[in-house]
Design a protein around this ligand. Structure first.
Ligand code: DC
Length: 209
């Protein structure tokens, strides 16, 4: 039977890392909705067109391997810069963007079993999901994880700067008028501050069963 898992939470809580593993273990399709907002932001940055114009004429595709294509071009790496992170949170305030991406996301979830992560999946996109998780962690811990990740990739990173950017995105994402970051009433709160990736994965698998 087709099953749907919705995972929401703030930036850096580990949503995509654990959702990918859970998807692989359960044989579900993983859908990263943040990547879709990032693709819109990237196109705005590249073309300098308005958010409205970009949204009216954009093609976003996610493949089975988790790659993201913007107008047919692989932008998987390009969407992970701090500039695009900020831009994604900015374009996510626009009703026209949310409407378009929400429709696309519902279509993607219409066929097989999926685990979808984002900010408004349990509240807006898939309110009838079989399991809703709200995954969070302290700002300090989320910034620390991001800092370690960048260091590992040999990128220069400033912990305080990362913490500031994460806090700003939290504020923007939870205070916007349309579909803000929020825990659905029937979502299960999972605080990953003191948990390993494997512990979070195990807990979601347990809940899914
Ligand atoms: O999950 P992420 O960091 O890749 O998401 C980037 C931005 O996109 C995030 O700051 C807010 C926005 N977003 C959203 O508004 N709704 C979603 N379902 C997913 C992401």
């Amino acid at each position: 039977m087709k099953k749907i898992i919705a995972v929401d939470g703030p930036a850096g809580a580990g949503k995509s890392t654990v959702s990918k593993i859970v998807a692989a273990r359960l044989g579900y399709t993983y859908i990263d909705t943040g990547a879709m907002y990032r693709a819109v932001a990237l196109k705005v940055l590249l073309t300098k067109k308005s958010v409205e114009d970009v949204t009216r004429d954009i093609e976003i595709k996610l493949d089975e391997a988790g790659k993201i294509f913007l107008d047919g071009r692989d932008v998987t790496k390009e969407i992970r810069t701090p500039e695009v992170s900020r831009g994604a949170s900015d374009v996510a305030k626009f009703g026209i963007v949310r409407k378009k991406l929400t429709e696309l996301q519902r279509e993607m979830a219409a066929h097989g079993s999926v685990i979808m992560d984002g900010r408004d999946i349990g509240t807006q996109v898939l309110p009838n999901a079989d399991l809703k998780i709200f995954l969070t962690a302290s700002v300090e811990e989320r910034a620390r994880r991001r800092f370690e990740e960048l260091k590992e990739k040999n990128f220069s990173a400033d912990f305080e700067q990362i913490k500031k950017e994460i806090s700003l995105r939290d504020k923007q994402d939870s205070e916007r008028e349309i579909a803000p970051l929020a825990q659905a009433e029937d979502a299960i709160l999972l605080d990953s501050t003191a948990l390993s990736i494997e512990q979070v994965v195990e807990e979601i698998l347990r809940l899914a069963r």
